[in-house]
Design a protein around this ligand. Structure first.
Ligand SMILES: C[S@@+](CC[C@H](N)C(=O)[O-])C[C@H]1O[C@@H](n2cnc3c(N)ncnc32)[C@H](O)[C@@H]1O
Length: 334
């Protein structure tokens, strides 16, 4: 296609412009050849065992029952930091609603689950009714950042495996702060973080670590479409269904500081890395301990952030004190 364009190039432009345009076109052709070669390599390093059409995804979601084990795991884990009994909780990026339903069963007074995927919200609503907690757990299908407008406040905000998907993480943290009561807390755990080996979330079809740093965005997303989700065309990681916002530990810390949260827990890699039976662990530990390379070994982030009890809805100004507080509580293990 581009070779044809090159052949049909009008000869009226001046020699300088003409040369510059030809150089650009040759560069594009070479980039296409490089991408085709890299695409072939990545295809060889990928599999299509999880390939599903959009219809098949919908059918699968429709049949998903409440996942008790998953709910218990998260409710118990976050229960270390907050007693949910009697609290009002909002779960942002609630997915199929398992944790929200689990919280309702664990004695939360009121739970609202928010997710922008209508299939997941339908599944959550249905399972809440089946589990007999539909009167406690309700679900809203919307983008929390752009669509949540209720004046309601909550004792606690939970967000699991979602912060790397929420496009405007800074604004999201601001909205979370606003919908917390003074003294309330955000509890979140998410990842893989962008610069970690699986930060591109392409693990459903390839195990190549740092695939997004080794291959261009165009190549990765083309192969993704071919072998994983043929119904999803995306030109950027931000555009894939569910989105990816390229968040890192330092970016999240900066946003949370700017919003005025007081960190109680800020822990990189709260669980040991079990991928490849822990073979990567020594390597990750080395990365984690090396300034400048730390983000490459930062898989997940656990944060418990408090809205100060004396905040009365007024955001604290960004200050050195706030960043110092993050450094004091920050920890990381591998
Ligand atoms: C990886 S899933 C995690 C779901 C669930 N928390 C869990 O642990 O199974 C991330 C979810 O975030 C949702 N999401 C992404 N951006 C969102 C936004 N701006 N508002 C609400 N939900 C969002 C996606 O639709 C997706 O269901």
């Amino acid at each position: 296609m581009q070779l044809q364009t090159l052949a049909r190039e009008p000869r009226s432009a001046g020699p300088g412009t003409h040369l510059a345009r030809r150089t650009v076109q040759w560069r594009e052709i070479l980039a296409d050849i490089r991408d085709a070669a890299l695409g072939t390599i990545l295809r060889k390093l990928s599999h299509d065992r999880n390939c599903l059409s959009e219809e098949a995804v919908a059918v699968r979601t429709e049949r998903l029952p409440y996942n008790l084990l998953k709910a218990r795991k998260h409710v118990d884990f976050f229960g270390q930091f907050t007693q949910f009994r009697g609290l009002s909780v909002i779960d942002i990026g609630c997915g199929y609603g398992d944790v929200a339903i689990g919280l309702a069963k664990a004695g939360a007074r009121r739970v609202v689950g928010v997710d922008l995927d209508p299939l997941r919200i339908d599944c959550a609503r249905r399972n809440a009714e089946v589990e007999g907690v539909g009167h406690i757990a309700s679900f809203e299908c919307l983008d929390f950042v752009t669509g949540w407008r209720r004046p309601e406040t909550f004792d606690c905000v939970l967000s699991i495996a979602s912060f790397e998907h929420i496009l405007d993480a800074r604004q999201c943290l601001g909205k979370i702060y606003d919908c917390l009561v003074p003294g309330g807390a955000l509890l979140t755990r998410f990842g893989p973080l962008w610069l970690s080996p699986y930060g591109a979330h392409m693990f459903d079809f390839t195990r190549v670590p740092w695939v997004h740093l080794l291959f261009s965005e165009k190549v990765v997303l083309e192969v993704r479409r071919e072998v994983f989700r043929p119904g999803q065309a995306a030109a950027r990681y931000e555009d894939i269904v569910g989105h990816l916002n390229r968040i890192t530990v330092s970016r999240f810390r900066r946003h949370a500081t700017a919003v005025g949260f007081e960190p109680r827990v800020f822990r990189v890699n709260p669980e040991k890395d079990t991928k490849w039976r822990g073979l990567l662990r020594p390597f990750n530990s080395l990365l984690n301990a090396t300034p400048g390379l730390r983000e490459l070994g930062a898989f997940t982030l656990l944060a418990v952030l408090d809205k100060p009890a004396d905040s009365s809805g007024i955001k604290a100004p960004t200050s050195r004190h706030a960043s110092a507080r993050f450094s004091q509580v920050e920890s990381g293990c591998l």
